[in-house]
Design a protein around this ligand. Structure first.
Ligand code: NAP
Ligand code: MG
Length: 490
C-alpha cells in the first residue's frame, strides 16, 4: 500500500452514540449497527441505532430548546457568532474530519481535504453572516394601519441526509436552519454517520445550548420515517432518492409540515461541435467520475454533437481509463470506493443491464481489484435512449453517451427526463449557450464548466428532482415563515 496522506490513522474509530439534548446517549433499545470502511469492507466501529422512541426524545429536546431555551430569544448576532465558532472548529479539525469521512464513505482524501470539509466550514461561516440580516419589511398598504412583516423560524426542523457528502450535506441543512433560529433533529445516513457525530461534539464544544442540535443515527424506514411523520416537527428537509422523497412528502402530510426535497437526477451534459473539445472532455470526466459518480447532479447523460462524437468519446474513454483508482487515503487517488455493498451491486447490475441492452462498453465495466467496493470508471456508447442506463439514476461512475444534431434536438433530448436537477452546455457560441441554458428545465445550468458550486448560489431541482432551493439567500426561505402584523392607527 502506498503512503497515506494522513499517517496517524487510528486503529479504532470511537463508537458512535446519539446526541440528544446536548449529551451523548445510547439508544433506548440498546441496539447498534456497524459502520463499514467501503475500501476494505472492514468494520470501522459500531454506532447506536436510533429508532422511533429516540426520535421522540430528540424532538422533545428540540421542542423544549425552541419553546423555552435561550436559542430563539438570543440576539441573532450571537447566534451568528456561535455558527462562526462552529465553522472555525471544523477548520481546526479538518484533517481528522477528512480522514473520518474518507474512512466511512470511501471517497479520496484529496477530495475530503479540499472539498467536503472546507466547504462544510464555509457553509457555516456564510450563514453565520446571515443570522443578523434576516428581517421583514414595512408595507404601506392602507393609511389607517402600520403594517409590517416578521420572518420567524418554523420551530423544530427534521433533517434527513444521504451518504454521498455526509458532513457537507449536514452543513447545508443545519447552517441555514440554525441561522434562522430553528432547532434541529438531524438523521445522518446509516452508511456514513461518523462525521455528523463528530460535528455534534464540535457543536457542544462551540457552546450551543442543549437541544438546539440533535443527531440521531439510525435507519431510514424506522428513525427517518418517524422523524418525517412526527407531529412535533414543523419542517422536514430531505436529500436522497426521489423514491424516498415521495415517502417523505406523504409522511409530512399528517401535520402538513413544510417540506423541502433535494432528490435524484439524470443530468444532461451537452457538447456542441463548436466547443473547446479538450475542455469539454475534462468537464465530462469531472461531471461523471467526481465522487465515484455518487453525485445527485452527475452528468450521466452525455450528448455530443454528431460530427464531434467519435473523437470525443475516444478521448473520454482514454482519460477515464487512466484515472487513478485505489486506496482512498492515498493523496494521489482520484477515484475511491463506492459507499456500500448494496450500491456496488446496484451499479454492477446497471452495467450488466446496459450490456444486455446492446450498448457498447468503451472502457471500464467491472470491479477494480478484489477487496473493497471499487468500480472502474465506465463509458457506454450506442445507448438506446429508453434503456435503464439511459433513464434511471445509477449513482455510480457510469456515463451513457448519445449523439445529436443541432440545437433543437439538443434541448429536446436534454429535457427528455423526469428529473431536472442540473445540466451543462459546451459551446463557443454565446447565443447558443444562452438559448440552451434558458430552454433546459433544470435547477442549475453550467456553461463550459461542470460541478461549479458556491455557498452563495442556490441549488435544487425542477420536476422530480425536488422542491425548494438550498444554499444562498434562498435557503432562508426554507427555514422561515412570514408573519404579517397590522397596527390600527386611527
Ligand atoms: P435514500 O434511501 O433516499 O436515503 C437517503 C436518506 O433517507 C438516508 O438517511 C436514509 O436512511 C433515509 N431514508 C430511507 N428511507 C426512508 C424513509 N422511508 N423515511 C425517511 N427516511 C428514509 O437513498 P439510498 O438508499 O441511500 O440510495 C439509493 C439511491 O438514492 C441512490 O442510488 C441514488 O440514486 C439516490 N441518492 C440520491 C442522493 C442525492 O443527493 N440526490 C443521495 C443519495 C442517494 P438510511 O440510509 O440510513 O436507511
Ligand atoms: Mg461507512
Amino acid at each position: 500500500m502506498s503512503a497515506s496522506l494522513v499517517p496517524d490513522l487510528p486503529a479504532v474509530v470511537t463508537p458512535g452514540r446519539l446526541f440528544i439534548d446536548g449529551r451523548f446517549v445510547e439508544s433506548l433499545s440498546g441496539k447498534s449497527f456497524d459502520s463499514i470502511n467501503p475500501a476494505t469492507e472492514e468494520v470501522l466501529t459500531s454506532v447506536s441505532e436510533g429508532d422511533r422512541a429516540d426520535i421522540d426524545a430528540a424532538v422533545a429536546a428540540a421542542r423544549a430548546a425552541f419553546e423555552t431555551g435561550p436559542w430563539p430569544r438570543m440576539r441573532p448576532r450571537d447566534r451568528g457568532r456561535l455558527l462562526l465558532k462552529l465553522a472555525d472548529l471544523i477548520s481546526a479539525n479538518a484533517e481528522e474530519l477528512a480522514r473520518l469521512e474518507t474512512l466511512d464513505n470511501g471517497k479520496p482524501i484529496a477530495e475530503t481535504l479540499n472539498v467536503d470539509i472546507p466547504q462544510a466550514a464555509e457553509v457555516f461561516a456564510y450563514y453565520a453572516g446571515w443570522a443578523d440580516k434576516i428581517h421583514g419589511e414595512t408595507i404601506p398598504a392602507t393609511n389607517d394601519h402600520f403594517t409590517y412583516t416578521l420572518r420567524e423560524p418554523h420551530g423544530v426542523c427534521g433533517q434527513i441526509i444521504p451518504w454521498n457528502f455526509p458532513l457537507l450535506m449536514a452543513a447545508w441543512k443545519l447552517a441555514p436552519a440554525l441561522a434562522c433560529g430553528n432547532t434541529v433533529v438531524l438523521k445522518p445516513a446509516e452508511q456514513t454517520p461518523l462525521t455528523a457525530l463528530r460535528l455534534a461534539e464540535l457543536v457542544a464544544e462551540a457552546g450551543f445550548p442543549p437541544g438546539v442540535v440533535n443527531v440521531v443515527p439510525g435507519y431510514g424506514p424506522t428513525a427517518g420515517a418517524a422523524l418525517a411523520a412526527h407531529p412535533g416537527v414543523d419542517k422536514i428537509a430531505f436529500t436522497g432518492s426521489t423514491e424516498v422523497g415521495r415517502l417523505i412528502q406523504k409522511a409530512a402530510a399528517g401535520n402538513l409540515k413544510s417540506v423541502s426535497l433535494e432528490l435524484g437526477g439524470k443530468s444532461p451534459n451537452i457538447v456542441f461541435a463548436d466547443a473547446d473539445i479538450d475542455a469539454a472532455v475534462q468537464g465530462a470526466i469531472r461531471g461523471i467520475f467526481f465522487n465515484q459518480g455518487e453525485v445527485c447532479c452527475a452528468g450521466s447523460r452525455l450528448f455530443v454533437e454528431e460530427s464531434a462524437h467519435d473523437h470525443f468519446v475516444e478521448a473520454l474513454a482514454g482519460f477515464a481509463g487512466a484515472l487513478k483508482q485505489g486506496d482512498p487515503l492515498d493523496a494521489s487517488t482520484q477515484v475511491g470506493a463506492q459507499v456500500s455493498d448494496e450500491q456496488f451491486e446496484k451499479i454492477l447490475g446497471y452495467i450488466e443491464s446496459g450490456v444486455q441492452a446492446g450498448a457498447t462498453l468503451l472502457t471500464g465495466g467491472a470491479r477494480q481489484g478484489e477487496k473493497g467496493y471499487f468500480i472502474q470508471p465506465t463509458v457506454f456508447t450506442g445507448v438506446d435512449k429508453n434503456a435503464a442506463i439511459a433513464r434511471e439514476e445509477i449513482f455510480g461512475p457510469v456515463v451513457s453517451t448519445f449523439t445529436f444534431k443541432g440545437i433543437d434536438e439538443a434541448i429536446a433530448e436534454g429535457n427528455d427526463s423526469n428529473y431536472g436537477l442540473a445540466a451543462a452546455v459546451w459551446t463557443r457560441d454565446i447565443k447558443k449557450a444562452h438559448r440552451v441554458a434558458q430552454a433546459l428545465r433544470a435547477g442549475t445550468v453550467w456553461v463550459n464548466t461542470y460541478n461549479a458550486f458556491d455557498t452563495a448560489v442556490p441549488f435544487g431541482g425542477y420536476k422530480e428532482s425536488g422542491t425548494g432551493r438550498e444554499l444562498g439567500v434562498q435557503a432562508l426561505d426554507l427555514y422561515t415563515q412570514t408573519k404579517s402584523v397590522w397596527i390600527a392607527l386611527d
